[in-house]
Design a protein. Sequence first.
Length: 169
Amino acid sequence: MRYTPLSNTFFSENRNALIDKLKANSLVLLYSSDEFPRNGDQTFPFRQNSDTYYLSGIDQEDTILVLCPNHSDKKMREVLFIKKVDKTQVIWFGKKINLEDAKKLSGVNTVFWIDEYEKLLPKLINKSEHIYLWKNTAPKFKTNVPYKALRMEKELQASYPDKKFEELA
């Protein structure tokens, strides 16, 4: 980590402030920034999406924060998905955050490996009417490679045409 971590209450308070502004029966999906290849075996230095960090406290690629404040199961109201790294990957890419570290850093008590995301997402989305995505659609931020949320929005709209997709600004 490149800095002293903030208290997880900071991130929890940020999530609560956002939740207070959402429409009823909403779900928020926040994706980490993409990791970009530099050459055959290197990537450019990773920089987390500021909003994902502000709400989760996790500064790591392949991270997804899901907020579903009206979910009937209280454990599923804040869910974090993080990258699982094996021993060989640790040698090549360095240590990554584990499930317990993610809970401590973020203040989110329900944390899964990212491999579980596609299996659990329908259980979360089906309880929601509005789906909020941080799409960063301001013209000055237009890029040749669309943000992960923009790519995911197309898939989600095809899978869940009855949901209302909202801009998380």
